[in-house]
Design a protein around this ligand. Structure first.
Ligand code: F6P
Length: 319
């Protein structure tokens, strides 16, 4: 191969820029030409493709977001849309593609590979919900944001003897919530992987208040319930002032941590090597601190990323 493309797709995550930089610099190191596709699969369909050189990625390693832009583009499920995408890539003489993103991005990479266009996926989402890797790029930065938020909430909660409900992103994966709960010392953790009963939770909080607990933090993964409603119900049952804080997209922005920059750099460089080794339809991952690669179909369909039960239980032990 002589020319590769790189795109970022789906929800952005801190460290995406570091991953693009790694693909560009590793590609150039291996004497490849590198093209950037703007705005994910949408830009690929619209032919928003331009050459990148080493200076295109100067100073991006510290920046959150993605300078290539990203988009959610469900239309990419249509075969004719994907055909146009492949034609656009071929028109630019591009032989292979690196896709940086989450599970939706992997689906796109898989279907392009099935059309005969080799793609390598790099797991990049704050949710840490991708199989075949212990950590996705962006998770560590988002985790640090969530922990800082919990620390701040603790200060104000303890000053006012309040209960705080903090909603953390993750879509349907509780990793960000249970990790932030342990690191932030939250008393109650609610994640999608463990059955949740609001009555039981409120009962436990009530008991804590009755025993003289001055304040409490409830860490809850998004999409489980209405956090404001939960805060209202807790307040009604316990008689203790309760506030909800929805961290939302704040968790997606900001300077990536060193950990995210390092895994992005390692994965980006390895993705290019895999293309040079003739692979397509694979995705890189970090397992036991080694960079590995798996069949992208296995990661989407067959490899179930194990829920970290031990981490979840730790919150109960340390409560
Ligand atoms: O996948 C990353 C993520 O931030 C999830 O945690 C969240 O559910 C979703 O994206 C939000 O998507 P959007 O930015 O499209 O509202």
């Amino acid at each position: 191969i002589k020319r590769i493309g790189v795109l970022t797709s789906g929800g952005d995550a801190p460290g995406m820029n570091a991953a693009i930089r790694a693909v560009v610099r590793a590609g150039l190191h291996h004497k490849l030409e590198v093209f950037g596709i703007q705005n994910g699969y949408k830009g690929l369909f619209n032919n928003e493709i331009r050459p990148l050189d080493r200076y295109s990625v100067s100073d991006v390693i510290t920046r959150g977001g993605t300078f290539l832009g990203s988009a959610r583009f469900p239309e990419f499920k249509e075969e004719s849309v994907r055909q146009t995408a492949v034609e656009n890539l071929k028109h630019h003489g591009i032989d292979a593609l690196v896709v940086i993103g989450g599970d939706g991005s992997y689906m796109g990479a898989m279907s392009l590979t099935e059309l005969g266009f080799p793609c390598i996926g790099i797991p990049c989402t704050i949710d840490n919900d991708i199989a075949g890797t212990d950590f996705t790029i962006g998770f560590d930065t988002a985790l640090n944001v969530a922990v800082e938020a919990i620390d701040r909430l603790r200060d104000t909660c303890s000053s006012h003897n309040r209960i705080s409900v903090v909603e953390i992103m993750g879509r349907h994966c509780g990793d960000l919530t249970s990790s932030a709960a342990v690191a932030g010392g939250a008393e109650y953790v609610i994640v999608p992987e463990v059955p949740y009963d609001q009555g039981e939770l409120i009962g436990q909080i009530f008991e804590g208040v009755a025993k003289g607990k001055k304040h409490a933090i409830v860490a809850i993964c998004e999409n489980m319930c209405d956090a404001n409603r939960l805060a209202y119900d807790i307040q009604a049952a316990t008689g203790r002032d309760t506030r909800a804080t929805i961290l939302g997209h704040i968790q997606r922005g900001g300077t990536p941590t060193a950990v995210d920059r390092i895994i992005a750099s390692r994965m980006g460089a390895r993705a290019v090597e895999l293309l040079l080794e003739g692979y397509g339809g694979r995705c890189v991952g970090l397992q036991s601190n080694a960079i590995v690669h798996h069949d992208i179909i296995d990661c989407i369909k067959h490899l179930k990323r194990p829920f970290n039960e031990e981490l979840y239980q730790l919150s109960n032990v340390l409560f």
